[in-house]
Design a protein around this ligand. Structure first.
Ligand code: F0G
Length: 483
């Protein structure tokens, strides 16, 4: 691929359009507040001080048709004390109009594809890029399942089991496993690969335990861009590995765990001028904010009391926290939901920091059955810490046994998820038991990935019969007293 040569001539043909579009975007260091341009000569993933970066954006063109929204948008950059919910109704109207289109590919080429995506529908709050650069499957538009004890009628008796398990009356699960490649990663990746397109990157790369790589491989293949994925050998689910290979990614297995792969890929990308698309890349976080916007829209802009989610690399904790803050600042919602980030006991560095009042940043050698959150040194620690501290959030831990028990409940309800996602239910149940979440509060939980990842973990094998002879007698014997 010849990747040693400088590989980032910003897309030559559109140089002006790009710089115009992105002059309104800056990168701010989460640690020392240093400010950098959104696009520099080289992509930048860290501040000179080593801190991670956060995207700050202004509405690019305050003329029509968004004039009425500009006032509200300016609230995003106003100091905390100056917030007034100015233009919430205008924003709600805009997003609700866009959500009227069915979320499928249009047959007519002039239909507005960004409106159909559950990410680009909120594009003013995601990334101001010219639409012709957008690389979209489209993604998002995932289900929000009412599973609370009060929310389920008889046609949802199975789903109600989840509400009973958590002891919650009004409980919703948003299933990000319904994204095109089977996880929430597609929301960040549509933005990340759009940036790669805009920048004229010649190759993209990531470290992954499976979902990130499958997602990047798919979006890179759509754009026709070489993709390299670094996977911790022997720690990646077979189906996920198959996805990356099938989409044509160069797949490099390394000796070590996800944290080792993450360190390596950052080094490789800086050395070889490959565009890095882990959530260290702040534009990925901007895409993942859409999980927050979309669930608020699905609740008709009535903010829940709590948002519960699994926490590994802390990308979603950062992204959804940021989305809620922006939605509140814009007047889209009337109050900020509290966030509960749930870690596995064997991979709990964020929990350890939280219980010590964030006095220091902890690291662990991660070990949990939930491979997606088996992360000992989370990249987005500082972003997520800010979210938890500013929003009165909590961090909880759950054991592998608790994760598997919760997964069985979600699976048997007919919804199903991979193990890390089940930490959401295990965590919600524990927080209710501890009296932190009240039984009558409105709670949204995020399921981050599809059941087919780590599909061996926690699946009841006894329901499978041995092969039987193909006869009615054979079937009777096999079913025994089940009928
Ligand atoms: N849930 C799923 C299904 C994941 O795949 C991941 C991360 C997480 C949760 C944790 O995300 O950053 O929001 O805490 N998966 C990475 C990967 C490691 O390579 O696919 P976070």
């Amino acid at each position: 691929m010849g990747m040693n040569s400088a590989s980032f001539p910003p897309n030559q043909l559109d140089g002006n359009a790009i710089s115009n579009a992105l002059t309104t975007v800056s990168l701010r260091c989460v640690e020392c507040s240093a400010l950098y341009p959104g696009i520099g000569k080289q992509p930048r993933y860290r501040c000179d001080c080593g801190g991670i970066l956060d995207v700050e954006a202004m509405l690019p063109n305050p003329t029509q048709p968004l004039d009425a929204l500009q006032e509200g948008y300016e609230a995003l950059t106003a100091p905390e004390s100056d917030f007034t919910p100015l233009a919430g109704a205008n924003w709600r109207r805009l997003f609700d109009e866009r959500a009227m289109l069915p979320p499928t590919w249009p047959i007519r080429v002039d239909t507005h594809v960004p409106d159909i995506s559950g990410v680009w529908r909120y594009r003013e709050l995601i990334l101001p890029v010219p639409e012709r650069f957008i690389v979209s499957r489209p993604e998002g538009n995932t289900g929000l399942y009412p599973v609370g004890r009060e929310d389920c009628d008889n046609r949802r008796a199975g789903h109600r089991q989840i509400g009973h398990y958590a002891a919650l009356d009004r409980f919703f699960l948003k299933h990000e496993g319904e994204n095109p490649t089977g996880s929430f990663k597609d929301r960040g990746m549509t933005v990340g690969v759009t940036m790669a397109h805009l920048l004229g990157a010649r190759a993209v790369a990531c470290a992954s335990t499976g979902n990130t790589s499958a997602s990047l491989a798919s979006y890179a293949a759509q754009l026709g861009l070489p993709c390299i994925v670094f996977l911790p050998a022997a720690h990646v689910a077979g189906g996920k590995l198959a996805q990356s290979l099938a989409y044509g990614a160069t797949t490099i297995q390394i000796i070590g765990d996800f944290d080792d792969a993450m360190r390596l890929v950052e080094h490789v990308c800086n050395e070889l001028d490959i565009y890095l698309l882990n959530s260290l890349n702040p534009f990925r976080i901007e895409g993942q904010k859409a999980i927050g916007f979309e669930l608020l829209q699905q609740l008709d802009w009535q903010a829940p009391d709590w948002l519960v989610l699994p926490a590994g690399n802390l990308g979603n904790t950062s992204a959804i926290g940021k989305a809620f803050r922006q939605a509140y600042q814009l007047g889209l919602i009337g109050h900020m939901p509290r966030i509960a980030a749930i870690q596995a006991t064997g991979a709990n560095p964020f929990y350890r920091s939280f219980v010590s009042g964030f006095r220091q940043r902890e690291q662990v050698q991660a070990d949990t059955i939930a491979t997606a959150i088996k992360i000992g040194n989370p990249v987005s620690y500082s972003r997520a810490r800010r979210v938890i501290e500013e929003g009165n959030g909590v961090v909880e831990e759950v054991t592998d046994e608790e994760i598997l028990a919760a997964k069985t409940v979600i699976d048997r309800s007919g919804i199903g998820c991979e193990p890390a996602s089940a930490a959401t239910l295990a965590g919600a149940r524990k927080l209710v038991q501890h009296g932190i979440i009240k039984r009558d509060e409105i709670v949204v939980g995020i399921l981050t990935g599809n059941l087919l990842k780590d599909s061996q973990a926690g699946i009841p094998q006894q329901k499978q019969t041995a092969a039987i002879e193909a006869s009615i007698e054979g079937v009777r014997r096999a079913l025994g007293n089940e009928t």
